[in-house]
Ligand binder design. Structure first.
Ligand code: HEC
Ligand code: HEC
Length: 343
């Protein structure tokens, strides 16, 4: 009796702090008809494009809670790792430590993605990429998970299964990660008309969103990535295997050096930039766009538009302003949101 109360406790806490659910109840695909799931309404920021949510994994408070438990649970791996151990909230769900020579990609607004990883090695829905994470990356031990009484009980109640498989684990993780939405940066508030930018931030914004800097063609507002692949002239020799980017996935020479555009939300909280973390500051990244772009065969045409054949030719002040603008993409609400933190 006491034990089962403990399992319900985190649920009660979750229910009590969620204001954005509606009250309709739906009978889950469970043999236990006494259980009802609470539909969860994801608050879509008005200025965002429509989010993709598969019909068979519509959001429920209880399933999001299960995903949140798994995200922070080292039991999901067999070597002490948890998702939250590399994807840390205070850094915008990434970390400053490089992993396998790569910066850890942040978990932010992933719900809008269809291409995942620096080189696009994973495609599909959030459910698809989560399946890869639990099955191939973590090689989660299903026997172990099925032997954990709390998961056994909760997955039975909220997914209606007697035997937890990779599918339920990935669906639960997708439910949780879909709620990791950054919508409250200073720049969002500026767009909604509730906050002003400083003079330098505004100037930087103009560079970013006009032909002068041309950043906006790929780092598209408001999600802050177009989720597509580009060769931006970071390399010409592709000295490291990983520098070949999308080529390593498709084998097409046209894809050499192409990477998926990274999301710039919370970019100022990161310490390693580009697919191999070669730049350590935003100033270095801006200087790359200003004067370091290499003219390779499949260079994205945006990089050398007429007038920019030899770089952006920004002044020191303009470079400073561009960095100031990128700092307005930091979202303090997102990195302190307790509904995204461990219990
Ligand atoms: C050891 C550190 C580490 C752990 C633990 C970890 N990740 Fe990651 N994650 C990374 C790295 C590094 C990348 C970038 C890999 C790449 O691009 O090939 C990444 C990328 C991702 C991406 C792609 C994001 C994007 O923008 O395309 C997703 C989704 C993801 N991780 C989910 C998870 C989940 C879910 C877990 C737990 C099951 C997890 N990660 C655990 C290091 C980690
Ligand atoms: C043609 C598309 C394109 C344009 C235009 C573009 N970017 Fe990028 N950006 C990318 C891609 C792709 C990467 C990743 C490259 C890599 O990993 O080697 C990137 C990486 C970055 C990064 C590093 C992010 C991280 O997490 O590592 C920053 C910062 C950045 N761009 C800012 C800018 C700014 C500022 C401009 C305008 C001056 C700009 N970008 C123009 C596609 C583009």
């Amino acid at each position: 009796m006491k034990k089962s109360f403990l399992y319900i406790l985190p649920l009660l806490l979750l229910f009590s702090c969620k204001k954005d659910k509606d009250n309709t109840t739906v009978t889950p695909p469970s043999t236990d008809t006494s259980v009802t799931l609470t539909p969860y309404t994801i608050i879509m920021p008005a200025h965002f494009p429509k989010m993709i949510i598969p019909d068979d994994n519509q959001p429920y408070v209880e399933r999001i809670m299960l995903g949140r438990m798994l995200y922070y649970d080292a039991n999901l791996s067999n070597d002490g790792r948890s998702c939250g151990g590399c994807h840390l909230q205070q850094h915008g769900f990434t970390t400053n430590t490089m992993v396998d020579g790569m910066p850890v990609l942040p978990h932010v607004n992933l719900a809008w993605y269809t291409n995942f990883m620096w080189n696009g090695s994973k495609k599909g829905t959030l459910e698809d990429v989560m399946l890869f994470e639990v099955k191939d990356f973590f090689q989660a031990d299903l026997a172990k998970i099925n032997n954990m009484p709390n998961y056994k009980t909760l997955f039975k109640k909220y997914f209606g299964v007697d035997n937890i498989t990779y599918k339920e684990l990935s669906y639960a993780l997708a439910q949780f990660t879909r709620t990791m939405i950054s919508r409250n940066t200073k720049y969002d508030r500026f767009m909604l008309g509730t906050e002003n930018l400083t003079y330098d931030e505004l100037q930087g914004r103009n560079i970013f969103f006009t032909e002068k800097g041309d950043c906006f063609h790929c780092h598209i507002n408001p999600v802050m990535t177009d989720n597509l692949f580009h060769n931006t002239g970071v390399d010409s020799l592709y000295a490291k295997e990983m520098d070949k980017g999308l080529y390593n996935v498709t084998g097409s020479t046209n894809d050499l050096g192409k990477f998926r555009t990274p999301n710039l939300r919370n970019v100022a909280l990161r310490k390693n930039y580009m697919h191999d973390g070669r730049f350590k500051t935003l100033e270095d990244v801006v200087e790359f766009y200003n004067s370091g772009v290499r003219k390779v065969n499949n260079l994205d045409p945006i990089m050398t538009k007429p007038g920019k054949e030899n770089g952006l030719k920004l002044t020191a002040l303009e470079k400073f302003q561009l960095v100031e603008f990128m700092k307005t993409l930091t979202d303090p609400t997102f990195i302190t949101d307790t509904t995204l933190a461990p219990y």
